[in-house]
Design a protein around this ligand. Structure first.
Ligand code: DQA
Length: 148
């Protein structure tokens, strides 16, 4: 099973950016967590981070026919990008949306998620653990649909 984990703008600054909101763990710590999760669950994980909307769209399109599931934290583009929503709809790959912070208890503009419209689940406010939960959710879901 192959899962693509996509992170949007400023998530490469984890540990430096607003640690009171996003925590003290770095982006390298997140990559380590993805590696450990992949080994534990016996899945292949490809990770991608970009600060550019078009690159994120390109990577989602790239996943078509190659990846079984997507975990995406579109970061600020969550709240603005119809292009990312349309790309997710176009490839129609089961996708889980992750937010490190609890966006619901933040500014009103963070409570709109375009990408979320194309996702089968959203995990918010669980810190970096949310990525592991999202991967576990996809693995269970895809295992069940393979058995059916
Ligand atoms: C975020 C929440 C977004 O509102 C914000 O723009 C981010 C990170 C999160 O993981 O909590 O960059 O997606």
């Amino acid at each position: 099973m192959k899962i693509l984990v996509i992170n949007g703008p400023n998530l490469n600054m984890l540990g430096i950016r607003e640690p009171g909101i996003y925590g003290k763990s770095s982006f390298a710590d997140l990559l380590l967590l993805l590696d450990t999760t992949a080994k534990e669950l016996g899945v292949e994980i490809e990770q991608y981070q970009s600060n550019h909307e078009g690159n994120l769209v390109d990577k989602i399109q790239w996943a078509y026919g190659k990846m079984d599931g997507i975990v995406i934290n579109p970061a600020a583009y969550t709240h603005t990008s119809v292009a990312i929503l349309d790309a997710l709809k176009a490839v129609s790959i089961p996708t889980v949306e992750v937010h490190i912070s609890d966006v619901d208890s933040r500014e009103p503009f963070r409570q709109i998620s375009y990408a979320g419209i194309a996702c089968c689940k959203t995990i918010k406010g669980h810190g970096l653990d949310g990525y592991r939960e999202a991967i576990e959710y996809l693995v269970n879901m895809l295992d069940k649909s393979a058995d059916a």
